[in-house]
Write a protein that binds this ligand. Structure first.
Ligand SMILES: [Mg+2]
Length: 370
């Protein structure tokens, strides 16, 4: 499959209201959209590292720059028969998995279009719909949070994820568990604690959380393995896992019971498949996380969520939940059973509405094969 043309779009879209987490508050998102064309076939992708380098080292405008200057020129005009070949052509760039995923996931969707198949068929998806969970950030009071958790449970969500930070942890969980003693709840620390705070996590075992997500700094595996040996609650690695070898090390060190795979954070769909396979062999469960993507990215995530060893409700919500302005041709929809249907469409599961996308585009780059 010859890559004739690559288009990159740096797209800014505002959330309904700012999203507060341990690393700050974002008023909106800034993501890279890629379109890859071969003949009359095309594939679209979205990589959303968030606007600033806070969740990881990457950020929207930086990922756009890396994709434009270093990645797109490495693959344009070439033929790749597999994602591994494509990834090898981009391996001269260290790290930058979000930027790489913009190219890589567009390639998968283009490959699906060329082969006349759905993305799910290429990935080996086993389900037609996937369970999704709900999540809440940090609020001004526990009462406000508890009211929101009640709404999630009333709506039938099978699990609720709570963002956690200093001053919003053990006492917050005490308040939540006093109202919801047995519901499936887990917390996400977004890398905001240190190994010196192991006692904080020992205190959390009594809350019987489904998991504690990413307590320590991004990329750390060793301290997570030390903590996991001292608490009963399973740890979940998120920010740490950006490449396949890190999942191998985490499994070998016993650093976690779960890995939250975000296809864009791990460099795309081939690495998603490889990491998931390592986890399956090691008895580590996986689930798919979200980066506030539009439905272009979320629909790709939904296809990945349908493969084997995806064992926990995913963070995939229709973009209408995050954004007042929708920039896609169609939208994913949640069923009353709190599932999302996979898309059996040939090629890209959900494409952007080009005019709406362009209206939100800060920067564009086009590269054509000679
Ligand atoms: Mg997380």
């Amino acid at each position: 499959m010859h890559i004739d043309r690559i288009e990159l779009y740096l797209v800014e879209n505002r959330f309904h209201k700012p999203w507060r987490t341990a690393y700050g508050s974002d008023p909106g998102n800034c993501a890279v959209f890629a379109r890859m064309i071969s003949g009359d076939k095309e594939g679209w992708s979205e990589a959303s590292p968030l606007p600033g380098p806070n969740y990881s080292c990457e950020y929207g405008a930086g990922a756009f720059d890396v994709a434009k200057r270093f990645l797109a020129p490495s693959v344009i005009g070439r033929d790749f028969s597999s994602a591994r070949e494509l990834n090898a052509a981009m391996s001269h760039v260290k790290g930058n998995p979000f930027a790489k995923s913009a190219i890589e996931m567009a390639w998968w969707c283009l490959d699906a279009d060329v082969k006349g198949k759905s993305l799910g068929a290429l990935l080996g998806r086993e389900k037609d719909e996937v369970d999704v969970g709900d999540g809440w950030g940090v609020y001004d009071s526990y009462d406000e949070l508890i009211e929101n958790i009640g709404k999630s449970l009333d709506m039938g969500y099978k699990r609720v994820k709570l963002k956690t930070m200093h001053g919003w942890d053990v006492e917050m969980l005490e308040a939540v568990r006093s109202v919801f003693p047995n519901e499936t709840i887990h917390i996400d620390c977004n890398s905001s604690y240190t190994i010196d705070e192991i006692d904080t996590f020992k205190k959390m075992d009594r809350f019987h959380l489904a998991m504690i997500e990413q307590p320590f700094q991004n990329l750390d595996i060793y301290y997570h393995s030390k903590l996991q040996k001292q608490i009963e609650t399973p740890l979940c690695l998120d920010e740490t896992i950006t490449e396949v070898w890190q999942a191998e090390q985490a499994a070998e060190l016993g650093a976690c019971g779960f890995i939250n795979i975000k296809p864009a954070r791990v460099g795309g769909l081939q690495n998603t498949l490889d990491i998931n396979k390592i986890c399956q062999q090691a008895g580590i469960g996986c689930w798919i996380g979200g980066m506030m993507e539009s439905d272009v990215g979320k629909a790709i995530c939904t296809e990945a969520a349908g493969i084997a060893n995806m064992v926990y409700p995913h963070d995939i919500t229709p973009s209408t939940v995050n954004y007042p302005e929708i920039i896609t041709e169609s939208v994913i929809e949640e069923t009353p059973q709190r599932t999302i249907q996979c898309v059996d469409r040939v090629g890209t599961p959900i494409k952007p509405d080009l005019e709406k996308l362009k209206a939100k585009t800060l920067d564009t780059f086009v590269l054509e094969a000679e």
